[in-house]
Structures are given as structure tokens and as C-alpha cells.
Design a binder for this molecule. Structure first.
Ligand SMILES: [Zn+2]
Ligand SMILES: [Zn+2]
Length: 141
């Protein structure tokens, strides 16, 4: 068992869930990609390992992973959701042409956030920030 599967096991057990082949396969797949796949893409990949798995099972188990803190759900502007294993707060950039979503490097230059807290008096407890822009492949086309 790899180190990352150990992490998965620990998180599932901590929230009273079992380690199932579907959960392991989903986790494995998310661990192998950086493109924040939608449930459909996870389904296509996991189906190669578990031919009898259904899209519904993938949806349910993605949510179990999110609930246990083993993965996170990234809501998209079009109403769909994407998934990744990173659970720390970080920012994304999405390309509207090819649809890829990438992580941005660390940046805590959040002038706006400070302005909200000191100027407007809000106590901000969460935020989502997504940049939209053409990726290297698409910008030339
Ligand atoms: Zn693109
Ligand atoms: Zn991300």
C-alpha cells in the first residue's frame, strides 16, 4: 500500500467509512492527475479498472472523499463540479477554450480581503477565487 493510500484509509476510517475498491480507484486516479477532472472523467478512468462501476457510484464516492477531507470539490462557473486531492486553500485558473483548470502558485497577496476586513468590517471566513484565461495551447489559436 502506498503512502497516499495510507492517508486515504486513515481519513475514511476517521469518519466511519470503509475502504472500498471504488474509493481507492477514485483516489488513485485523482492522485495521478493535475487537471481537476469532472465526475464523468473520473468515471471513464475508474471504469477501466472497475468495469461494473456506475457514474452514480462515482458521484457518491467522490462526495464521500470530500466529506472525509480526502479530496475537495471545486464548483465551476457552469454549475458543474471538479475534484482534486488538494484540500488546502489555493487558487485556480481556468481556460474557457479547452476547459482545463490548473493550480496557481502560492499567493497571499489578497489586498481585497484585507480591505473587506478593515474597511467594510466583514469577517471573511471563506472565499473562492478563480481566474479565467486562455492557456498556453489555446492563446495562439
Ligand atoms: Zn486551453
Ligand atoms: Zn486545485
Amino acid at each position: 500500500m502506498s503512502a497516499s493510500l495510507g492517508v486515504l484509509r486513515q481519513k475514511l476510517v476517521a469518519c466511519g467509512r470503509q475502504v472500498t475498491p471504488a474509493r481507492v480507484a477514485i483516489y488513485d486516479y485523482l492522485n495521478s492527475v493535475t487537471d481537476h477532472p469532472r465526475a464523468e472523467a473520473v468515471f471513464m478512468a475508474v471504469r477501466r479498472k472497475l468495469p461494473r462501476v456506475s457514474l452514480g457510484t462515482i458521484y457518491r464516492n467522490l462526495e464521500v472523499l470530500v466529506e472525509c477531507g480526502a479530496a475537495s470539490r471545486l464548483p465551476c462557473a457552469d454549475g458543474s463540479a471538479r475534484y482534486e486531492l488538494r484540500t488546502d486553500r489555493h487558487h485556480h485558473v481556468a481556460c474557457p477554450k479547452c476547459g482545463q483548470v490548473a493550480d496557481l502558485g502560492e499567493s497571499e497577496d489578497l489586498v481585497l480581503l484585507r480591505q473587506l476586513e478593515t474597511g467594510e468590517g466583514f469577517k471573511v471566513f471563506d472565499y473562492q477565487l478563480q481566474f479565467i484565461g486562455f492557456c498556453g495551447e489555446c492563446r495562439g489559436r
